[in-house]
Design a protein around this ligand. Structure first.
Ligand code: ZN
Length: 277
């Protein structure tokens, strides 16, 4: 459990004012994202505070209230009980953060400080239906946030998966362009549609890969089912990739020439129809 003072001194290092989310005084102004973080981390208890200041009846807050003694003598920690020293009040962590509409009782609102009746009030509160339901929601939410199972994270994972798919598709298209270019093969035929006659080497390679590669298989499936219209197989993308590869090769040659200082050029010539080299 982190120390309350530690988080406060961390905030001091920051020039812009950042409220300490563990401080119940700021809980009403937190947005839903901050509340999620707080619910996941749980409250922070300052263990150095053993007793609060005495009230006019000489009664006060005591750290012993954190422990609940069950009827059979067993003890358990009241994890939800939060003492706010500057206010000298206690709050119920889950009822204050998870209340729906107007909640009854000061523990879920402005804090409780009637130390004379505190013991009775605690027992009443922790057995109330509202508190039990809020505790259950808190534990369940915390578990889901820890296991990354909220609706948000499912959407996030879907986006990540899609991004990964497109990266793999593009990688294969680049490799096809690289293969055809390095073997001096023509890219296009007289037809530019998948699975039609004379559609050229490029689309032919895509069809070949679709026979066994699951990534291209899925890509081709989406195209033939009209699920996507940006298929990255058209003339434009082929030319763009060819010129990107050419740029990369040219800069690599220039880099090597500059580094080597001395270099020779070999030309491979072929005679034309008039037998001229
Ligand atoms: Zn409660």
């Amino acid at each position: 459990m982190k120390h309350m003072l530690e988080t406060e001194s961390n905030n001091d290092n920051n020039s812009s004012f950042q409220p300490n989310i563990y401080d119940p005084r700021y809980w009403d102004s937190l947005d839903s994202k901050m509340i999620d973080i707080l619910l996941q981390k749980g409250p922070i208890r300052d263990l150095s505070i053993l007793k609060g200041p005495k009230d006019r009846f000489s009664r006060r807050f005591s750290a012993t209230f954190y422990t609940r003694v069950l009827a059979n003598g067993e003890t358990c920690d009241r994890e939800w009980l939060v003492y706010c020293k500057p206010l000298d009040r206690v709050f119920c962590f889950c009822c204050k953060l998870l209340r729906k509409g107007h909640a009854k009782g000061q523990l879920a609102n402005d804090g409780f400080s009637d130390w004379n009746n505190f013991g009775t009030r605690l027992k009443e509160h922790e057995t109330s239906a509202e508190h039990v339901s809020n505790m259950a929601s808190w534990y369940e939410l915390r578990l889901r946030l820890q296991n990354d199972q909220t609706i948000d994270s499912i959407a996030q994972r879907e986006i990540q998966k899609e991004r990964e798919h497109w990266r793999k598709v593009l990688y294969r298209i680049i490799l096809i362009v690289k293969f055809l270019a390095s073997h001096n093969l023509a890219f296009r035929g007289s037809n530019s549609k998948l699975y039609q006659d004379s559609n050229g080497n490029f689309l032919g390679m895509v069809q070949l890969l679709a026979e066994f590669d699951p990534v291209i298989q899925e890509h081709v499936r989406r195209i033939t089912n009209d699920e996507i219209h940006k298929h990255y197989l058209g003339h434009g993308i082929q030319n763009e990739l060819i010129s990107l590869l050419a740029d990369a090769i040219r800069s690599e040659i220039i880099r090597k020439v500059k580094q080597a200082k001395y270099f020779s050029v070999i030309l491979d010539c072929t005679p034309d129809a008039s037998h001229q080299e």
